[in-house]
Design a protein around this ligand. Structure first.
Ligand code: PHE
Length: 342
C-alpha cells in the first residue's frame, strides 16, 4: 500500500492545473467522497495494526499535499464569473465605444451664431409661446391684414382678451429687445418657430430660425448687403455670390429676398435650383418706421435692417440633405453621420 501512496504523491505533483475546470477535475479525482485518497483511507482501516503507523503517516502527507495543491491552484486560477483564463487576450482591440454627437441643426446654429458674434451681434432669446403684439402687432401686421395668413399660425386656447400663439418667427424676440434696449442694437435671435403647414420634404410645422437686427444712426441697405455677404462667404466659402429680389414683409420697407449661387451646380443650373443657378435663403429689409415707433425708437433719428432665415435650409444646403423631415425623426443612421463634425 505504501508503494501505491508514493506513486499517487508523484502523480499529484505532476497533475496540471491551469484552469478552474482542471482544479475541479483534480478535486473529484483525489479528494471527493469517491476520490482515490478517500478510498485509500478505507483501505487503511483494513491494515493490520503493526503497519498502520508508518502507512498512516505517508497517507496523511498525501492528503495534505493534495489539499495544499488544490488550494494553491484555486488561488491562482480564480477569475471573475465565467471569464476563463484562456479567453483573455489583452492584445485585442477594445470594443468600440460609441459616443453621442451634436444634432446637425445644433452644429449649424452654432456656426451661424459664431459668424455673427464675430462682427458684434449679441444673441438674444425669448418665449416660444407669444402674444399677438410681439409676434404680429408691433411688427406692423394690421389686425385684418392678409399678411397674417402668410404665416399660418397655431393659436393657444386661452381665457381673457389676450391671444396666445406659438411664435411663427423669432422677429418677436427682436420686438422685445427693441422695447427694452436703446440703440445701437445689434442682435441675432436663434430659436424654434411653428407654422401650421403640411409636413413634406420641404416644409414642417416646426423649424428653426436665426433672425438678425441692427439699429443705429445712419444704417443703410448697403450695410445690410455687406453683412449678409460676409455671412454667406463665411458659411459657404468665398466663391459664393448673392443677389437680392424685391419682396414684401409688413415689418420692412424696402423688403427683399436674398439668393445665393446654387451650391450643387455652382450656378450652372440643376434640378435643385430649378435650373436658375440660384437658391433663396432668407428674407430681409430695412426696418419699417412704424415698427421702430411701436417700440418707442425715434424713426427720424434711427434706421435699421433686419433679416431672417431658416437653419434647416442652411443645413440642407451645407450638407446636401434633401428631406427636411430627417431632422425630426431621430434616425441614428442619419444622426451618426455628423459625428465627425464639430
Ligand atoms: N420674419 C421673416 C420670416 O419669418 C423673415 C424676415 C426677417 C424677413 C426680417 C425680413 C426681415 O419669414
Amino acid at each position: 500500500m505504501e508503494e501505491k501512496i508514493k506513486s499517487f504523491l508523484e502523480e499529484i505533483k505532476g497533475f496540471p492545473i491551469n484552469t478552474e475546470e482542471e482544479a475541479e477535475n483534480f478535486r473529484l479525482k483525489y479528494l471527493s467522497k469517491k476520490g482515490l485518497i478517500t478510498s485509500l483511507f478505507d483501505e487503511f482501516k483494513t491494515l493490520p495494526p503493526e503497519h498502520r503507523k508508518s502507512t498512516g503517516k505517508i497517507l496523511n502527507e498525501l492528503k495534505q499535499a493534495a489539499e495544499q495543491k488544490l488550494a494553491d491552484a484555486k488561488a491562482s486560477t480564480h477569475q471573475p464569473a465565467s471569464i476563463s483564463h484562456k479567453l483573455l487576450d489583452l492584445s485585442l482591440p477594445a470594443d468600440p465605444f460609441t459616443t453621442g454627437s451634436r444634432h446637425p441643426i445644433s452644429i449649424v446654429r452654432k456656426q451661424m451664431t459664431d459668424i455673427f458674434t464675430r462682427i458684434g451681434f449679441v444673441v438674444s432669446e425669448g418665449p416660444e409661446i407669444e402674444d399677438d403684439w410681439h409676434n404680429f402687432g408691433a411688427l406692423n401686421f394690421p389686425a385684418d391684414h392678409p399678411a397674417r395668413d402668410m404665416q399660418d399660425t397655431f393659436f393657444v386656447e386661452s381665457e381673457g382678451a389676450d391671444k396666445w400663439l406659438l411664435r411663427t418667427h423669432t422677429s418677436s424676440v427682436q420686438v422685445r429687445v427693441m422695447e427694452n434696449q436703446k440703440p445701437p442694437i445689434r442682435t441675432i435671435s436663434p430659436g424654434r418657430v411653428y407654422r401650421n403647414e403640411t409636413i413634406s420634404a420641404r416644409a414642417h410645422c416646426q423649424f428653426h430660425q436665426v433672425e438678425g437686427l441692427y439699429i443705429d444712426e445712419g444704417v443703410s441697405f448697403a450695410d445690410l448687403k455687406q453683412t449678409l455677404y460676409y455671412f454667406v462667404q463665411e458659411m459657404f466659402g468665398e466663391k459664393i455670390e448673392i443677389r437680392f429680389r424685391p419682396s414684401f414683409f409688413p415689418f420692412t420697407e424696402p423688403s427683399a429676398e436674398m439668393d445665393i449661387t446654387c451650391l450643387i451646380c455652382e450656378g450652372k443650373g440643376c434640378p435643385v435650383c430649378k435650373h436658375s443657378g440660384w437658391v433663396e435663403i432668407m428674407g430681409c429689409g430695412m426696418v419699417h418706421p412704424n415698427v421702430l415707433e411701436n417700440c418707442k425708437i425715434d424713426s427720424n433719428k434711427y434706421t435699421g435692417f433686419a433679416f431672417g432665415m431658416g437653419i434647416e435650409r442652411i443645413t440642407m444646403l451645407k450638407f446636401r440633405i434633401n428631406d427636411l423631415r430627417l431632422f425630426f425623426e431621430n434616425d441614428m443612421r442619419f444622426l451618426s453621420q455628423f459625428r465627425s463634425v464639430i
